[in-house]
Ligand binder design. Structure first.
Ligand SMILES: C[S@@+](CC[C@H](N)C(=O)[O-])C[C@H]1O[C@@H](n2cnc3c(N)ncnc32)[C@H](O)[C@@H]1O
Length: 224
């Protein structure tokens, strides 16, 4: 059967999976990511995991449709519970809030195993996720994707046990994104500045302290 056509958001996340990987896709829903990765020959096998029954039913149907039941296991689990039994090398967590992704990572010691790569695509709270990662994880790669009027960030990280210090702009936008300055980075930058400017206006109207936020906006504007 022909390969699955992934969205730009998911295909960019998939591009960070290493050749020969055993993948764990947490919050898999439809299982498109593991199906694509196995069908394309990038992954030798996969675990498709989700906390809810409905998505796992859909995942199993899709896996069967593509004849991949011998290569992709689908299971109901909370976050990374039980993932170590599969010894995944590359763990994908996409399409969830950044705080939930951080909670899922924090509840698992497996993510600190040598050679394990994390590929994360938070829908919200990206700065909070980066803040969590800054304590022990190094960022291998980052990317920004614009699709259907939305902006997505993808973070690829590995455990190194070190503390990484980032500025507020680096937490929000990603140090590597700031360095690479691709076209989409400027779309992200403008949207973050606009959101912070709106918050600043609200704080000013309410007579609140704005020094810190003004400083953040200035730092962001300096990146234009
Ligand atoms: C919006 S979907 C994202 C699906 C797919 N990963 C993507 O990016 O297109 C989020 C999925 O995460 C699952 N989920 C939410 N909390 C979870 C948790 N703690 N552990 C595992 N899966 C979870 C939901 O059931 C849902 O299927």
């Amino acid at each position: 059967m022909a390969d699955i056509k992934l969205s730009k958001r998911l295909s960019t996340a998939a591009s960070y999976v290493r050749s020969g990987a055993f993948v764990a896709d947490i919050g898999t829903d439809h299982a498109y990511l593991p199906i694509h990765l196995v069908l394309s020959g990038v992954a030798k096998g996969a675990l498709a995991s989700d906390i809810n029954e409905g998505p796992i039913k859909t995942a199993k149907e899709n896996i069967a449709k593509y004849g991949l039941a011998d290569k992709i296991n689908a299971q109901i689990a909370n976050g990374l519970d039980g993932v170590e039994a599969y010894k995944p090398t590359d763990i994908l967590i996409c399409g969830m809030g950044g705080e939930l992704i951080a909670q899922i990572l924090d509840a698992s010691s497996y993510v600190k195993s040598e050679g394990v790569r994390l590929i994360l695509q938070p829908m919200t709270s990206v700065a909070e996720l980066r803040e969590y990662l800054s304590n022990g994880f190094s960022t291998i790669a980052e990317n920004v994707v614009c699709e259907d009027g939305k902006i997505y960030q993808i973070i690829c990280a590995e455990y190194d046990g070190l503390v990484h210090n980032y500025s507020s702009a680096e937490l929000e936008l990603g140090k590597r994104n700031i360095e690479s300055k691709i076209t989409e980075f400027y779309v992200l930058l403008d949207s973050v500045i606009a959101k912070k400017q709106k918050k600043l206006n609200g704080l000013r109207l309410g007579g609140y302290e704005t020094d810190e936020l003004e400083k953040e906006i200035k730092e962001l504007e300096g990146l234009r």
